[in-house]
Design a protein around this ligand. Structure first.
Ligand code: ADQ
Length: 730
């Protein structure tokens, strides 16, 4: 842009100068040509006039022939008073001999010149009247070649254009060098140094920047020092708040707590899913945060505390972006902790992830009426991958005394025992993010003993609710030899104690989101939604989430309350999940066909009741939708907790909106003022939506306020602080 402007300006100036120079040259050359023509004509006229007067044609012709051979003379002609030629040179151009100029000069009795075109060449024709006794008796015409003037002008333009071109090349190169070395490099250095100041890696901006940036860096230094002071003040405040246990937990407070409580013992998280996935899209590497509750919950904790998170690499550019040990600092735009990626083969993934984790344990633990499939080969891969994860972690903690290790979820049930076997000093917790079924239900698992033994390697086994803890204790009691202590809610085996406790998971609230501006309706308008009421569902496309049941609730509502037709749209954001597994593919198809069926039944020309967005949305976009939705539908058939319910509550800063929540989601224990329903009953779901849409504002506020209070008080920072405190104290 700048280069184009400079080139434009230089070209304009150069063109202006060339124009003036060419003009001047043309004026000079023409004047010289004219005066030469005048001189020649004057001297010839003197010698020719007597012969013309005497009508001596032959002597006129002789003079004409003699002078016509002079340099640059193209021809000479002498004409009588009636403008007929008396004598003309042989090569005189036709245009000159018949020129109206001859008649004109004789009429005016005054010499004159004009440029004409002859044989494609520019000619200058000069005519002078011949007089005798003050009477015009004829005219003399001198024709000169004037092409050299055009040639000269062309040379001037050409030379100047070549010069301009050279100037452009030099100026552009100079600008490029200037921008790259003088502006760009110091600026990138400055940006890098600011980034590390922001991330807390460095405390000062780079002093070695270019002189012209110094005023800027000095201002920035002042800003970073105020930032540092603010950080110190915040951490001091958080430290003081530690003593006041009733104030809400924040990232700062958690950081201070960890420092004070763990005395710099680092934290390691181990999970199947990674928090950042790198993918190559048209030769460009992009990153994204996968949709899922474990990531939503654990990521803010790692951002607050730092440490290392070990997880499966899953993006097609994951290897490329990590170092040789699979490590990369994240979040990518503001690194705060290390992500270590573990690589597994497609065969391992099929057995460990698609097979044992998601076709056996997932349906086993969720009462969603999908049969678990237990395959020996899947179990073998599951064991192999658990060993792989344990090894990867052991490698990381080899020089660290008493590390704190938080194993996540049902994919890694065997890891705690494997870790403890090699490192008895490590303090290990496993958090089970999904429900734990009754002992009788779990008894159908062929590897129940191995799974329980693997989990009981941990010092702390955490679930979302007391009910899941009770189920787990019952399962242990009926499956393995161990002492169960219901007083201390612990299992003792071979001298090792495992505490079993509920830690209802939550979200980062208040989060780091920028202050909310009024929610912009353009996002839903672009989906064609213009109705008065918006009902919203946000889920992975998972059969435990009860999406077809929710759709049937909408259908029931539109049948029983036709007044909502044309006034209510149900928007379902459904991110694809576990696409390699048949039951999940079939489920996605069922959701799509149910949505189509209901749309066909009710849609009018400018309204359809269901809008299905089959993709992931960013948390920022989801927040806007949560703010716009009059009602949020969480109708899981069975769900460990369900964080969407808590995200909806967190987004409703003005305390409006209604949450319709399944009784079978763990969240219904934490949010009792939601409209709690049985999702299997379409009638109950429909009535709850109707109640939500007709609920007085004062009641909405009362219910929402109480739910917000609960999420604020028991947020993810408090959740992790309590787990860490309990673990370190076992
Ligand atoms: P999930 O079953 O993944 O988690 P949930 O708790 O509802 O379920 O969390 C889902 C998360 O993914 C939310 O943060 C939500 O915003 C996000 N998400 C869902 N659909 C999305 C979409 N289309 N686009 C973008 N983001 C989307 C498991 C258990 C839960 C338990 C969590 C945490 O199944 O019961 O609450 O772990 O322990």
């Amino acid at each position: 842009m700048v280069t184009a402007a400079v080139i434009g300006a230089v070209s304009l100036i150069a063109a202006g100068f060339t124009f003036i120079q060419a003009n001047q040259e043309q004026v000079d050359l023409t004047a010289r040509l004219q005066s030469r023509a005048q001189l020649l004509a004057d001297s010839l006229a003197e010698s020719i006039t007597p012969s013309v007067r005497n009508a001596s044609t032959s002597s006129v012709q002789r003079i004409v022939d003699k002078f016509a051979t002079q340099e640059r003379i193209e021809g000479l002609g002498v004409f009588d008073a009636s403008a007929s030629p008396i004598a003309i040179s042989r090569d005189i151009p036709q245009a000159a001999a018949s020129s109206s100029l001859i008649a004109l000069v004789m009429d005016e009795n005054e010499s004159a010149g004009a440029f004409v075109l002859g044989d494609g060449q520019s000619m200058y024709v000069f005519a002078e009247p011949l007089t005798s006794d003050d009477r015009v008796i004829g005219a003399l015409v001198v024709v000169q070649n004037a092409q050299y003037i055009q040639d000269r002008l062309w040379i001037i333009w050409r030379d100047n254009l070549v010069r301009l071109l050279l100037q452009i090349i030099i100026v552009t190169s100079a600008i490029f060098v200037l921008v790259r070395w003088v502006f760009f490099r110091p600026l990138t250095r400055l940006v890098d140094s600011l980034k590390s100041v922001r991330a807390g890696v460095r405390t000062e901006t780079d002093g070695a920047v270019h002189a012209f940036l110094r005023p800027l860096t000095s201002e920035l230094s002042k800003m970073t020092s105020s930032l540092r002071q603010a950080r110190t003040a915040a951490s001091e405040e958080a430290r003081l708040r530690l003593q006041k246990i009733d104030s809400p937990w924040t990232a700062e407070r958690l950081r201070e707590f960890i420092k004070a409580y763990l005395k710099d013992r680092p934290i390691f998280v181990v999970s199947n899913a990674e928090p950042y996935v790198h993918t190559k899209v048209r030769n460009k590497i992009e990153w994204s945060v996968p949709a899922g509750g474990v990531i939503t919950a654990i990521e803010p904790v790692m951002e607050a505390c730092g440490g290392t998170w070990i997880a499966c690499g899953s993006g097609n550019a994951d290897k490329e972006t990590a170092d040789k040990d699979g490590k990369i600092r994240v979040p990518p735009d503001e690194p705060k902790y290390t992500l270590k990626r573990v690589w597994i083969t497609p065969k391992e993934r099929k057995g460990y992830y698609d097979g044992l984790s998601n076709q056996a344990l997932w349906p086993l633990c969720h009462l969603a009426h999908v049969r678990p499939q237990f395959r020996k080969e899947d179990w073998a891969e599951y064991r192999k991958v658990n060993v792989l994860f344990a090894k990867s972690l052991l490698e990381e903690i080899r020089h660290i005394e008493r590390p704190i290790i938080l194993v996540q979820d049902y994919h890694l049930a065997l890891a705690p025992a494997l870790i403890k076997k090699s490192r008895p000093d490590a303090q290990v917790a496993i958090f089970w993010h999904i429900p734990w079924p009754s002992a009788a239900q779990f008894a159908i698992c062929p590897w129940r003993k191995e799974i329980l033994e693997g989990m009981l390697g941990a010092d702390l086994v955490g679930f979302h609710t007391q009910q899941y803890c009770n189920n787990f204790m019952d399962t242990v009691a009926s499956e393995i030899e161990a002492r169960i202590d219901y007083e201390r809610f612990s299992v003792f085996r071979g001298g090792h104690q495992s505490r079993v406790e509920p830690f209802p998971i939550s979200i980062a609230f208040p989060g780091n989101a920028e202050p909310d501006s009024p929610a912009d309706r353009s996002m839903i308008e672009s989906l064609g939604i213009r109705t008065e009421y918006l009902a919203l569902g946000v889920d992975r496309l998972d059969y435990i989430k009860g999406i077809p049941e929710r759709l049937r609730g909408i259908e029931f509502l539109l049948d029983s309350h036709p007044e909502y037709r044309g006034k209510l749209t149900f928007l379902q954001i459904a991110s694809p999940t576990r696409g390699g597994i048949e039951q999940f593919q079939e489920y996605a198809q069922l959701v799509i066909s149910e949505a189509e069926r209901i749309n066909t039944k009710f849609a009018t020309r400018d309204w359809k009741p269901v809008v299905l967005e089959h993709r992931s949305y960013s948390h920022k976009e989801l927040r806007v939708l949560y703010q716009l939705a009059n009602v949020c539908l969480v109708t899981s058939l069975h769900d460990g907790m369900n964080l969407v319910a808590k995200e909806y509550v967190a987004a409703r800063t003005e305390e409006g909106g209604v949450l319709v929540l399944s009784h079978f989601a763990g969240a219904s224990r934490d949010l009792p003022t939601a409209l709690v329903i049985n999702p299997y009953s379409a009638e109950e779901t429909a009535e709850a939506i109707h109640k939500a849409l007709t609920m007085p504002e004062s009641e909405q506020h009362r219910r929402m306020k109480s739910m917000r209070q609960s999420v604020r008080e028991y947020n993810i920072y408090r959740w992790s602080a309590e787990i860490i405190k309990t673990l370190a104290g076992v």
